[in-house]
Design a protein around this ligand. Sequence first.
Ligand code: PEP
Length: 253
Amino acid sequence: MARRSKLVAGNWKMHGSTAQNQGLLNAVISRTVELKEVGIAVSVPYPYLAQAQSVLANTHVSWGAQNVSQHEKGAYTGEVSAAMLVDFGCRYVIVGHSERRALYGEDSHTVALKFRAAQAAGLIPILCVGETLDQRDAGITEQVVAEQLDTVVELTGVSALAKAVLAYEPVWAIGTGKTATPQQAQDVHAFIRRRIAANDSVVAGELQVLYGGSVKASNAAELFGMPDIDGGLIGGASLVADEFVAICDAAKN
Ligand code: PEP
């Protein structure tokens, strides 16, 4: 079996201020410095990318953004291109977060275009997939996740996943305090890996698949202990230094 390293990525969403960020970032750097084997990243709002770059450059913590335009450049008022994110030293960008899909009408095709644009500029996309509660109750979780995943694979080819990260985020668990049980999450992670393995077993074996949805210090170790869960995408808890550091610690092998 492929040995995958763990990644813990924070998603600050629309939170922060220069003063708050400074304290949080400094705490994360200094208190995770021993965790050599765990990848650590934060996805910050666009206006704070320069701050993230200046504080995190030459540390073990990476940074990235929460969204990116599917377009390379041009008359797209309000949009931010992948090249601009690279200009600010980003390593990662989240694409297809359920809040973008639900609140900003991003369908799977748009998400796939964003994924491709990110990679073309040299970023590592963190592709989010996941079902709503209604979809889970209707027994179509795998169908929903497969559609979200397949749309990207059809556009980019399966080999593109070799330079990407996946995040399974059940919509009903995001920001709700309801976490999927480790077994519920593991079942979907294993499904994702099987589906990719049908096209390329090496890519499937090496792909980092994160779990996201109300991960906290108190439940992280159990989730990260499942065989197909390679870390977490952390929303609310990534804003609290004690919580985020403890979650990073839980990702130690
Ligand atoms: C997220 O925003 O990706 C997320 C998982 O949020 P939370 O951890 O707050 O549920």
